[in-house]
Each structure stands twice: as C-alpha cells, then as structure tokens.
Design a protein around this ligand. Structure first.
Ligand code: AKG
Ligand code: FE2
Length: 395
C-alpha cells in the first residue's frame, strides 16, 4: 500500500526497497517514530488493556511420560493455546548462542546484512526481511528478521553456502567441514578481518542448526502428547510430514524504539504453524490475547524456558479442541529485543483438515481440507490480521 506522505515514501524506500530494514533507520539516530510506523490509536496496546496479574501456564516437562504433564500440556493447548515449558532438555548454552547470533547478525554493517536481503540472498533457504508484508501494510511493523528454512532437504544444501566453509575445509586439510574446528579457526580469522563476515555468517548457520537439532526432540514430544490427546496413537511418516515437514527458524530483531507504545513490533496475529517454539530474551514484550474484548497477558521471560503456542494448523486438525491464540509484540524503548521462533510447519504439499480420529464419533468438521502451500500464500498476501487466515479453511 503506497504511503501518501512524501516522508513516508522516502522511509519506505530506505527501509524496504534499499534494504536497510528498520535496523538501518534506527542506526541513523531517529528520535521519533516516523508516521509510516504509527498505528491508529485503536490498534495500539494500551496499558488499561493489559491484565497485570495473569500469566500463561508454566509446565515442567522433565518427565514427558508423567500423565499429569501430558494432561497439563493438552489442557493448556485447549484453554490458553500458549504455555511455557521448563526443564525441556535444550541446553542453556545453545539457547544463549542462538540469541547472541541474532545480535551479531544485526550488528553487522548494512553491506553485509544486505547480501541476504530478500532478492539478493545466494540461496532461498535464508532471507532477510523487514516488517511482515510491507506491500500490503499501510503501517509497518518495527522488526527485521533473518529467516532460515530448515527442512531436512534445506539442511542438505547448507554445506553449499557460504563458500568459506569449503575454503576453511581446505585450510584445515580436511575435505569435510568440521564445525568444531571451524569455530576454533573462526577465532583466528576474527583477528584477520578480511574473513570476518564469512566467518560470522557460517557461525549463525551453525548456531541455528544446533538450536534446531536440539529443539527437534522437544517438538516431537510435544506433538506426540498433543496428538495422543486427540486419540492419535502414533505419528507415522505421512503424519510427520503434515505436522512438521518444513520448519522455519527466524532470528527476529526489534531494535530499540523512541516510542514503542505508538507502534507494533508484531501486530495481533495467530501463527499458521502446527505449533511454534519461541525463545525470547529477557526484555519481555510478547503479549497473548486473554479474551475477545481486547485484554492481553504479558508472557513473562523465564531464563531457559521455551514459549509454546498452538498454530492454526493444529487448531484445524483438532477441530477446535486446541486453540491458536492471537499474540503481538511491543518493542523496547532503550534495548534491542531478539527472539527466535521455530515455526513447525507442514510440508508445502501436505494436505490437512480435521483428523479422522477427532471426527470418529460423528462430530461435524468445522474446516475443509487445505494444501499447506495455499494457506501459507494466503497468510503472506495480507497484513497480520488477527485470526482472519483461518477463514481460508473454515467451512
Ligand atoms: O518475537 C516474538 O516474541 C514473537 C514473534 C511472533 O509472534 C511471530 O513472528 O509470529
Ligand atoms: Fe507469532
């Protein structure tokens, strides 16, 4: 949607078309929020609408087989659509490393970040973007993000980029890339700044992959428990593809904002995933819708915890037993916020709809069968707009 204000046009050009992102704009030292980012009052998160004493459930998953743990997960998925898990087994250093990677990437100079800007990136498995769908938004979101497609097939292509891996393998006298050796070498290369960028880029990949690899068993467990709650006995290969065939990991970056109350880090939306595993930092700023009448609950940061939310696909598969709840993000005034969501998405050609196990007793399906890539395209054809995407599948 083209802005009518000439200053907004300039900002749109700088941020979106020149690929500086909101990070680039903040780096120019702006002291007020530009019009292009100012939400109408009725769309802002007002303090009166925040419920100060409520919180989403926190579930200790140290014993996944405990029936009480399973019950808490399925209950939370049905009542809240959002919960945090602790003692999930993903090491703290892996979580810290991927958050640091986000800070390092967005700390790179423009020229280096821009190599991965949508359209410039050497591979479509990694792309840098800003806002959500700038072409469809009259007001932009105060965020940039580096998005990694992480299906097994995408991961196979990772060793092909960036080329420094091959160079490193040559240097180390090794024909295969050994990432531990690479990290040691990285420290040396950091002192020799000609390779700094390539080193850093590889390290992000390393850390994203490490996070994803560690999170996989948590995702699997969660899906097993949630599907058991829907009377599905076992996740076979076809179901696995429908539930988690094409995960995406985003390094989200919300630079500090002169007046975060005026703008949206992310507008209210539900995720289109089956579920989302979100690592947030200690800044806070994520809010979950509490009721239909516009009240919101802050998701308190807990060190080492992962925030789990049910996405539209699982709501559809469960025929509304589980809920994909709207959430939104508000940036910080003096700190740069990062988060790392894993969107556990179906494979592109997977077809989903209410599960036969759920409809077994004669219940009417509330949704039709949909191909995931169609749902995905629809979601990315418009601005974040609450739960409207679900209309695409509703009967
Ligand atoms: O950054 C966050 O805490 C949440 C981001 C989010 O909701 C999304 O990207 O869908
Ligand atoms: Fe989200």
């Amino acid at each position: 949607m083209a802005p009518t204000n000439p200053n907004s046009e300039k900002i749109l050009d700088f941020v979106v078309y020149k690929g500086n992102g909101i990070k680039g704009l903040v780096d120019t030292g702006i002291e007020t929020v530009p019009d292009l980012y100012i939400l109408p009052i009725e769309e802002r998160l007002l303090p009166n609408n925040i419920l100060p004493y409520d919180s989403i459930p926190v579930i200790d998953v140290s014993n996944w087989d405990d029936p009480k743990v399973k019950e808490s997960i399925c209950d939370a998925a049905g009542k809240w659509g959002f919960f945090q898990i602790i003692n999930h087994g993903v090491p703290l250093h892996v979580l810290d490393a991927v958050k640091e990677a986000a800070h390092r990437f967005f700390g790179l100079p423009y020229e280096e970040r821009n190599k991965y800007w949508a359209g410039n990136s050497p591979t479509d498995t990694v792309t840098l973007k800003t806002s959500f769908v700038p072409q469809a938004e009259a007001v932009l979101e105060w965020k940039d993000y580096l998005s990694f497609r992480c299906s097994p097939r995408d991961l196979e292509s990772f060793p092909l980029w960036p080329p420094v891996c091959r160079r490193f393998a040559d240097v180390m006298g090794d024909t295969t890339v050994d990432y531990r050796k690479y990290r040691l070498k990285k420290n040396l290369e950091l002192q020799n700044s000609t390779h700094i960028y390539n080193c850093l880029m590889t390290v992000y990949r390393d850390e994203v992959v490490e996070y994803m690899e560690n999170a996989k068993s948590v995702i699997r467990k969660l899906l097993e428990v949630l599907l058991e709650g829907l009377k599905v006995k076992q996740i076979d290969k076809a179901r696995e593809y429908t539930l988690m065939g094409s995960p995406i990991v985003n390094l989200m970056y919300y630079p500090h904002c002169p007046n975060p109350d005026f703008t949206a880090g992310v507008r209210p939306h539900s995720d289109i995933s089956t579920l989302t595993v979100l690592l947030q930092d200690d800044n806070g700023g994520l809010y979950v819708r509490a009721t239909e009448n516009d009240s919101w609950i802050h998701v308190l940061p807990i060190n080492g915890a992962l925030v789990i939310n049910i996405g539209d696909i699982l709501q559809i598969m469960s025929n509304d037993r589980y809920k994909s709840i709207e959430h939104r993000v508000v940036a910080k005034r003096s700190k740069d916020r990062v988060s790392v969501p894993i969107f556990v998405n179906p494979g592109p050609d997977a077809v989903f709809g209410p599960l036969p196990e759920v409809l077994e007793s004669g219940e009417q399906p509330l949704y039709k069968e949909v191909v995931f890539s169609d749902y995905f395209k629809y979601f990315f054809s418009k601005k974040h707009d609450g739960k409207k995407s679900m209309d695409f599948a509703r009967i």
